[in-house]
Every structure is written in C-alpha cells, then in structure tokens.
Design a protein around this ligand. Structure first.
Ligand code: ADP
Length: 578
C-alpha cells in the first residue's frame, strides 16, 4: 500500500472514529436528557398536581378557595396524561370531584377522590421507575459504545504510532546510507524496498541510477585502461630509457631501455623503493641523486657516461615532476616524477669528431702561420732589402691578418683541448710579475695602434700564485686584448693585481662600450658574441678563459655598465694557501 494511502486511511479512520465518538456522545447525552425530561415533565408534574390536590382536598370542607386550587391542579393534570391507565384515573377524579363540588361535605367522595389520586400517583411512580431503568439502560449503552469506539481509536492510534514513523524513517535511512556509498564510488550498491509504495518506486529509480553509474564507470575504466596500455606501449617502444616513480619514490614503471642500461630485472625494479635499488646499483644512485638531495644539485651535471649497447654511451638526464590539481581543489599536488635519459651518444661522437678535426686542423695551421709570421718579420727588416711605402702598408696588413689567424688557431686549439677533456695543467708556483710582463709584451703593439695607455697597479708583496703559467698568461692576454679592442682610441686600460683572501685577483678595467646586464652571463658561453659587436672575433676567448681559470680552481667574473666600461677579473689561489 502507498504511504500516502496508508496515511490517509490511518488518519482518516482515526478522524472518522473521533467524529463517531463525538456524535455518539452527543446522541447519548441527548437521550439521557430526553429520558430525564420525560420523567420530569410527564410524571414529576403529575405527582406535584396530585400532592396539591391532596392538600386542597383536606381543606375543601372548611375552605372555599381549596376547591378552586383543587380544580386548577386537576385541569393541569388533565393536560398531563402520559401513562397507561392515567386517563381513567384522571377521569375518575374528575367524576368524583364534580360530585364533591355539589356536596363538599361528603366524606365518602373525599376518600374516593383520595384513592383516585393515590392510584394516579402509583401509576406515575411506576412510570418513573420504568423510565429511570430506561435511562440507566441508555447510560449503560452510552458507556459501552463510547468504550468500544474509544478502544478502537486507541488501537488505531497505537498501530499508527508504532508503525508509521518506522515505515517512513527506515527506508529514508537505508536510502541515505546507499547514497553515501554511491558518493564513495561504490556503484554496486542497491536498495531493497519490497513494498509497492512510493519508496518501492524510489528504490527502483535509485537502483536504475546506480546501475547506469556502474556501467558508466566501467566503460570509463575500460577507456582509462586502454589509454594506460597505449601509453605503456609508447614508453616501452621509446629508444630512450624512462623510469616513473610515485610521490613515495616507489617505481611505477621502467621501459625496456631503462631495464637494459640498469641491468635490472622487472621483478627487482617495478614496485620497489628506488632508494633500496640505488644501494646496489650505481646508475640508479646517480639518477636519483638530485631527487634525494635536491639541495646538492649542481648545474650542468645532467650528462652521464654509461656502458650500454656494448660501448661507452652518453645520456642526458632529465627529471620531470608530475603535478596535478585534484578535482575540486585549488592547490596542485606532486604525485611523482619521471626520470628520462636521452641518448646523446651520437651527438657526442659527432662533437668529438668535430673537436678532433678542429684540433688537427688548427694544429696543422699553426706551423705554417708561425713561419709566415717569421718571414714577414724578415721582410720588415731593412737589411733584407728596402720596401716602398705601398709594400710596407701591404706588409702591415698581412701581419695583422697573420696575427688574427694565429689568435684564432690558438683559440681553436685550446677549445679542442677543453672539449676533448684532454686539458693538461702544469701547475707550479708562478711569479705574477712574469705573467704581467708577458701580457704587456703581447698586447703592446695592439695598444699602441689605438694609442691606449695601460695603467698598471700591483699591490706590494704579492705572493706567488699556484697556477699553470701559460694558461693564466693566455687568459690575461685575452682579457687585456679584449679591453683594448672594445675601448675607444686614446683611452686608458687599468690592469691591477691585488691580494684577496689568500688569492691573487687580476682586474682588467676599461672605459669602453660596456656590456648590457642581460648578456653578462652569456659572454662566457662558447661562440657567444654580444649582438651588434662590430669587432671581428670568434666568441671563444672568454669561454676558454673560464675553462682555464675554473680548471685551476679559480673564478672569473665581469662587472660592466653599457657606456661606462667593463671590469673583468679572475682569482687564482696563491702559494700561501697551500
Ligand atoms: P670575441 O671577442 O672573439 O668575440 P670573446 O669570448 O672574447 O670573443 O668575447 C665575447 C663577447 O663579449 C665579445 O664578442 C664582445 O661582444 C663581448 N666583450 C668581451 N670583452 C669585452 C669588453 N672588454 N668590453 C665590451 N664587450 C666585451
């Protein structure tokens, strides 16, 4: 039965019973009222008239007024004949009274009338008794029916009280629980209301919804699994090693290439903590170094040399953080990392071939260029023969080009040395004055050509430095040569040497074009030249300077302002530091 029908019938029945109870109450109260009224009007009045007539009868012989009192009450009695036999008794009184009126002293008549009145009173007394028992019966009936209907009302109200709240609340509670399950993505949850009421229909709709959600989630799961498989196939077919780990550093996946280069088996890799694997595996240790200790991460340390594919192979490491923003949230959350190794062996091999080629070519060039330079010096000598003005100019320009060629070949040779990793340092205690002297000699002509004065300032009692003399001199020549090249004619370039924290600092300050801030880091990169630079050059000098100084444990930097000039400086450890 429907809840609505149940409610309507339960409450309706209760309502009907209450109306019935009230109607019956009114009915029985009315019946009792009618019964008592009946006694009052029909019998009580007759008794009253009888009593008055008896009293008047006693006085008739002596009092003339008593006659009229008797007559008045008799008339009233005549109007109030209600019982069987009362008509006859009243008629007897009338007859005997009429006779008494003619002969008031007749005592026989008086006693007859008394008997008649007594008969009338008896009749009414009996009627009162009878009517009283009728009223009793009415009252008993009222009590019975009111009790029956009252009990029925109580029973119905009790049944409703016991059943109705549960009938409504229990399904709602069950439904609430099921909705919570669905909210927790437990789509196999169903509700089981057997009744064919509103809750039954609600259960049916709920179950249909849950079924559809289950179907949808399964189809979504299927799509996700397919997508996952596709990505797995893609990762497995990649030629570069890829390793995925979760936020707790547990290995989620590793492709064939990753297994190959690490020499690990799937069962010893997937699902394991990567730190545990790293304990016995050098490569994995190297790979996760930055993840475990991000604070110790060094720049340009992404290249790895690994023995793979039967040869020394080079890989570039990249660690990508996987961040997601969970549905309904604002903050992104780290859910893992992907470690990718890019095989750069081919590029390394090509780079090595290029370096070797540059090294060989520049080495081969150096000897003929040097002999050309010597020949030019001979030609300049007046003893060999005099030259006319044009020939002298030609000779000067050939000398300039030869110097430039020599500079380029020297830079290329140094670059080859740096790039091949074959740089050899001859560290010894070096007198800084020697370095300065060689530098000044090498840059003298260049400075004279632009009429640039080199102002030297060397701090007193400078210690010797612990350096490769040739390479340090090469660096200082390069810096001074740049300062001259990028300065205006007739200016001054300052070369200073100072002591700084047990190191010796070399400073070359010019008042030339200066370098904009955004390029100040870049000028130490290979082949980089500030855009718009007019002077000829390779962009290699400063890069080699940096390599040479850092290889000796020193550091190099620039402070510059466009339009004001630049100060290049480098520090080299002094012998006092040993
Ligand atoms: P090169 O001078 O052969 O181009 P370098 O590596 O010596 O190569 O210098 C790189 C770039 O730095 C130069 O091209 C130039 O633009 C800038 N540079 C170097 N030294 C100075 C300087 N003293 N003043 C202004 N710019 C400079």
């Amino acid at each position: 039965m429907k809840i609505k029908t149940k409610l309507i019938s339960g409450v309706g029945l209760l309502f009907a019973l209450i109306i019935l109870l009230s109607t019956m109450g009114i009915f029985y109260v009315n019946a009792l009222k009618r019964d008592t009224n009946n006694i009052l009007v029909a019998n009580y009045n007759t008794l009253e008239y009888s009593r008055n007539m008896l009293l008047a009868l006693e006085k008739i012989a002596t009092d003339r007024d008593a006659l009229s009192v008797f007559e008045k009450n008799l008339d009233s009695q005549k109007q109030n004949v209600t019982e069987n036999g009362e008509q006859q008794a009243t008629a007897d009184i009338v007859d005997h009274f009429n006779n008494l009126k003619l002969n008031p002293a007749d005592s026989l008549l008086t006693s007859r009338i008394r008997e008649d009145i007594a008969e009338l009173m008896r009749l009414n007394m009996e009627a009162i008794e009878r009517k009283s028992s009728i009223a009793d019966a009415t009252a008993d009936n009222a009590v019975l029916w009111i009790s029956v209907i009252g009990t029925a009302c109580f029973l119905i109200a009790f049944v409703l009280l016991v059943n109705l709240p549960g009938n409504i609340a229990n399904p709602i509670r069950e439904l609430t629980e099921s909705i919570k399950q669905i909210a927790n993505q437990n789509y196999c949850e169903r509700v089981h209301f057997q009744d064919h009421n509103e809750f039954g229909e609600l259960a049916k709709s709920f179950n249909t919804m849950a079924e559809k959600l289950e179907e949808y989630s399964e189809s979504k799961l299927d799509k996700i699994i397919k997508g996952k498989k596709r990505i797995e196939a893609l990762i497995n077919n990649m030629h570069d090693p890829v390793i995925g780990i979760d936020e707790d550093k547990k290995v989620l996946f590793a492709n064939e290439e990753a297994l190959k280069i690490s020499g690990l088996k799937t069962e010893n890799f997937i699902g394991k903590q990567i730190q545990d694997i790293a304990v016995n595996n050098d490569l994995i240790r190297d790979l996760i170094k930055d993840l475990i200790h991000p604070d110790l991460k060094k720049e340009n340390e992404n290249s790895l040399k690994i023995f793979a594919n039967g040869k020394e192979s080079y890989f570039e490491k990249e660690i990508i953080d996987i961040n997601i923003i969970p549905t309904g949230e604002q903050q992104s959350q780290l859910i893992g990392h992907v470690i990718m190794l890019r095989n750069i062996t081919l590029f390394k091999e090509l780079d090595l071939a290029k370096t070797n080629f540059i090294g060989t070519v520049s080495h081969e060039f150096k000897t003929p260029i040097s002999s050309m330079k010597m020949s030019l010096q001979l030609l300049e000598n007046e003893n060999v023969g005099s030259l006319n003005k044009e020939q002298k100019q030609l000779l000067e320009s050939i000398t300039e080009d030869t110097d430039r060629l020599l500079k380029i070949t020297s830079e290329l040779l140094n670059l080859a040395q740096v790039e091949s990793g074959n740089m050899q340092l001859n560290i010894s205690a070096v007198n800084t004055a020697d370095i300065v002297r060689h530098t000044l000699k090498a840059t003298k002509t260049q400075a004279e050509q632009k009429n640039i004065k080199i102002a030297i300032s060397i701090e007193d009692h400078l210690p010797e430095i612990q350096a490769d003399s040739q390479k340090t001199t090469w660096v200082l020549i390069n810096l001074l040569s740049n300062a001259i090249r990028y300065s205006y004619d007739n200016s001054v370039v300052h070369l200073s040497l100072i002591k700084e924290n047990n190191n010796v600092k070399f400073l070359v300050k010019d008042s030339g074009t200066g370098i904009s801030e955004k390029y100040q880091n870049k000028i130490f990169e290979r082949y980089f030249r500030v855009p718009g630079t007019q002077k000829e050059g390779t962009g290699l000098g400063l890069a080699i300077c940096k390599e040479f100084i850092e290889a000796q444990g020193g550091s190099i930097e620039v402070v510059s302002e466009p339009g004001t000039g630049s100060t290049f400086s480098f520090t080299i450890t002094s012998t006092e530091n040993i």
